[in-house]
Design a binder for this molecule. Structure first.
Ligand code: AMP
Ligand code: MN
Ligand code: MN
Ligand code: MN
Length: 280
């Protein structure tokens, strides 16, 4: 079976490894096809591709776009995108600009419960200032002893209903899918099991996503239990969606799955890579 990993992060967003280190780790772990999918940024793709080529890895240009849909945040992965496509490049720049304002709002929320200095503290953990995100706040909170690890932070802070949460309007689902498809890529709903959607809302989302031109959902991801993987494999088949798989690796010790350590797609799924050259 092909060792393929279509979702991971570098220091360009909230990963711990540089694009070079990430691809080197993937190579060491036997990954044959890799997509780098940093949040709202494509600045790591050229470096990652260069290393991938040297390591004989098939490299897929990717991105993970933050979207607001019916008051929720969704993540849409783009695979096989063109990093020079103007609408995509400009759209991502707008999303990133919103991140710095949100970071100030998060810091103000944390200050309300007596946690001061978090803005500077979070920026100290960031690779690229423009991509400041909750993971960087989480690493600061761990460093300050407010939680034992990043995962535990998200149980107590930074999420709806908890201290340090700041609501934020990202881009629309329709824009994200349009930018991805317009650039020649394939749009994938990332970790659909994480959004806690009821049956009807999930159905609405999948319908709307297909109508907009979206073509795949993640079935295998660190966010899914084996049971959820089966459920979403079923949804993919019912909706004629392709199935994707990715570790969502952020760094050693911070992620449930390491690069290229993924279970197989359940049988009956059509892989999102089924018609890619080199992988057929
Ligand atoms: P942001 O895009 O800045 O809102 O940050 C989202 C990122 O926070 C995700 O991509 C994860 O890296 C991290 N994150 C969110 N929820 C959790 C969680 N429960 N456990 C660990 N990391 C999380
Ligand atoms: Mn992340
Ligand atoms: Mn995500
Ligand atoms: Mn991710």
């Amino acid at each position: 079976m092909l060792n393929i990993d279509l979702h991971c992060h570098s220091t360009i967003s909230d990963g711990l490894l540089t694009p070079t280190q990430l691809v080197e780790r993937a190579a060491m772990r036997g990954v044959e096809t890799l997509a780098l999918t940093d949040h709202d940024d494509i600045a790591g793709l050229a470096e990652a591709r260069q290393v991938a080529v040297a390591k004989n890895i098939t490299f897929i240009n990717g991105v993970e776009i933050s979207v607001s849909w019916r008051g929720r945040t969704l993540h849409i992965v783009g695979l096989g995108i063109d990093p020079e496509y103007t609408l995509l490049v400009e759209g991502l720049a707008v999303i990133r600009a919103g991140r710095s304002q949100r970071a100030e709002n998060i810091a103000a929320e944390l200050a309300k419960i007596g946690i001061h200095g978090s803005l500077e503290g979070a920026y100290a953990h960031v690779g690229e200032r423009r991509l400041i995100g909750r993971t960087h706040f989480a690493r600061f909170l761990v460093e300050q002893g407010h939680a034992k690890d990043v995962k535990s932070v998200f149980k107590k802070y930074l999420v709806k209903g908890k201290p340090g949460y700041a609501a934020h309007e990202w881009t629309t689902l329709s824009d994200a899918v349009r930018w991805i498809c317009g650039s020649g890529g394939r749009a994938v709903i990332a970790h659909p099991g994480r959004y806690d959607l009821g049956k009807n809302v999930l159905k609405d989302l999948l319908h709307e996503f297909c109508t907009l031109g979206g073509s795949a959902i993640e079935v295998i991801t660190a966010s899914h239990t084996p049971e959820q993987a089966k459920q979403f494999a079923q949804h993919a088949q019912t909706m004629d969606l392709l199935a994707s798989c990715g570790s969502d690796f952020h760094g050693p010790g911070e992620s449930y799955y390491d690069l290229g350590q993924l279970p197989e797609l359940p049988s009956g799924c059509t892989p999102v890579w089924h018609d890619w050259k080199n992988n057929a």
